[in-house]
Design a protein around this ligand. Structure first.
Ligand code: GDP
Ligand code: MG
Length: 436
């Protein structure tokens, strides 16, 4: 996708102003790009028509060329469509009741756990998770496992076959135990059907939730239109949760759903780990659909974790070619704090697709950590100090063999060389956007 867009925008590069003529190809390419991202055809057409009108009316300011202007118009327009501003999330009611609905496998149970953790750790709430899937005992177990993992109580009743009664009993229990948020995880089916719809609707009418969240797999593509519409017609949900954004989908479903049901997308979920839940940012999604990579959220995630002063110190060390094992070790710890390594890498433009088949487990660095831990502080600060006998000692201390230590030393040296090379590059290289 991004290749196509890039060529579309390149068409405009160097043109002094946007005219009917030079915009035609670009509009066509953008439309094709959206279709590639699994945006519904009708929506892609309406969208590009709108962008075309906007672009033609726009005066080309001296400082930016038509290509950049188009990127901006397309991106702003996309972001506007998907929400304009950040969606709000209601925590009114005592307790606040949140109903989770969606097809089987869309990620409801996983999201329920993530939302509970988010409310507990970021909003200072005391949530209760409710297992209202009465068809699959495994679903109840799954929620209990998640609950104990994140330290949140789970209400379930394995004897009951009545999800409405379960939900009501859970709310009573929440009041008795001073829980202020109740998250009801419901059963899903593989396709939209009457039984499922009636069941969720009954729960809704009985418990009066503040929020009804429709969970949808961002990989669903075109099917998302019909599913979202069916759920919205019955439930009139308050918001959408997009899951599995860690996959290589460009997220066209986000645009399609927003366009079809006009409900805000409130959360974005990108990974199986409990801490990979984000508030939905239309701006970032627009960038992603356009293939620009989710740079903004990567930067933000990093900023949350990295102390700015530390970062400056590190930058200075890298500039002076003084990056050492201790720095490397500290960086690893920071990266681990930021969440799943694969999720993080996937946010880097151009990397997401390439990463699809590569398995990076969070344990990948265990051996490296062990080796660094076996070094003396002097060795960590001065990699050149490490001679053969020291290598042997490090191997022994870390339970690795000499080959592994050698391989790591070599990799580390290569990394330092790379940093050296980077230091020689002029500022701002490689940062240009889409060649525009
Ligand atoms: P439910 O049937 O709607 O409750 O769906 P589950 O929560 O059980 O999720 C179905 C599968 O998708 C499970 O294997 C989850 O681990 C996985 N899953 C859920 N959310 C995500 C996500 O954001 N990213 C990825 N990669 N997998 C997810
Ligand atoms: Mg489930």
């Amino acid at each position: 996708l991004s290749d196509k867009l890039e060529s579309a925008f390149k068409n405009l590069k160097g043109e002094a102003r946007i005219t009917d003529l030079n915009i035609a190809t670009t509009v066509k390419e953008i439309r094709r790009a959206l279709l590639d991202a699994d945006v519904n055809y009708k929506i892609a057409k309406e969208f590009t028509d709108k962008v075309k009108d906007k672009a033609l009316g726009e005066k080309v300011i001296n400082s930016i060329n038509p290509g950049q202007l188009m990127v901006k118009i397309v991106k702003d327009e996309l972001a506007e469509l998907m929400g304009g501003t950040e969606a709000t999330f209601s925590l009114a009611g005592n307790p606040t009741v949140i109903l989770i609905a969606g097809l089987q496998g869309s990620g409801k149970t996983t999201f329920s756990g993530k939302l509970a953790l988010y409310l507990k750790s970021k909003k200072n709430k005391s949530p209760l998770l409710v297992a209202a899937d009465v068809y699959r005992p495994a679903a109840i177990d799954q929620l209990h496992v998640l609950g104990s993992q994140i330290g949140v109580d789970v209400y379930s009743d394995r004897e009951s076959k009545d999800p409405v009664a379960i939900a009501e009993a859970a709310i009573k229990e929440a009041r008795a135990k001073n829980k202020n948020v109740v998250i009801i995880d419901t059963a899903g089916r593989l396709a939209v059907d009457e039984v499922m719809m009636t069941e969720v609707k009954n729960i809704k009418e009985t418990v009066n939730p503040q929020e009804i969240l429709f969970v949808v797999d961002s990989m669903t593509g075109q099917d998302a239109v019909n599913t979202a519409k069916a759920f919205n017609d019955r439930l009139d949900f308050t918001g959408v949760v997009l899951t599995k954004l860690d996959g290589d989908t460009r997220g066209g479903a986000a645009l399609t759903i927003k366009y079809t049901v006009d409900k805000p997308i409130k959360f974005a979920s990108s990974g199986e780990k409990m801490d990979t839940l984000d508030v939905f940012y239309p701006e970032r999604m627009a960038q992603r659909i356009l293939g620009m990579g989710d740079i903004t959220s990567l930067v933000e995630k990093a900023q949350e974790q990295f102390n700015e002063e530390e970062a400056k110190k590190l930058e200075k060390k890298i500039r002076q070619n003084k990056f050492d094992f201790q720095d490397f070790y500290d960086q690893l710890q920071q990266i681990k704090k930021m969440g799943n390594l694969k999720d993080l890498m996937a946010m880097i433009p151009g990397v997401g697709k390439a990463m699809k088949d590569i398995d990076i487990s969070d344990d990948a660095f265990k051996g490296v950590e062990a080796m660094i831990s076996s070094m003396t502080p002097q060795e960590r600060a001065d990699p050149d100090l490490i001679n053969q006998s020291r290598k042997l000692r490090i191997a022994k201390g870390s339970g690795k063999d000499l080959n592994e230590v050698n391989a790591f030393m070599k990799q580390f040296e290569q990394m330092r060389q790379m940093m050296k090379q980077m230091n020689k590059m002029p500022m701002g290289m490689g940062r240009g956007m889409m060649g525009g």
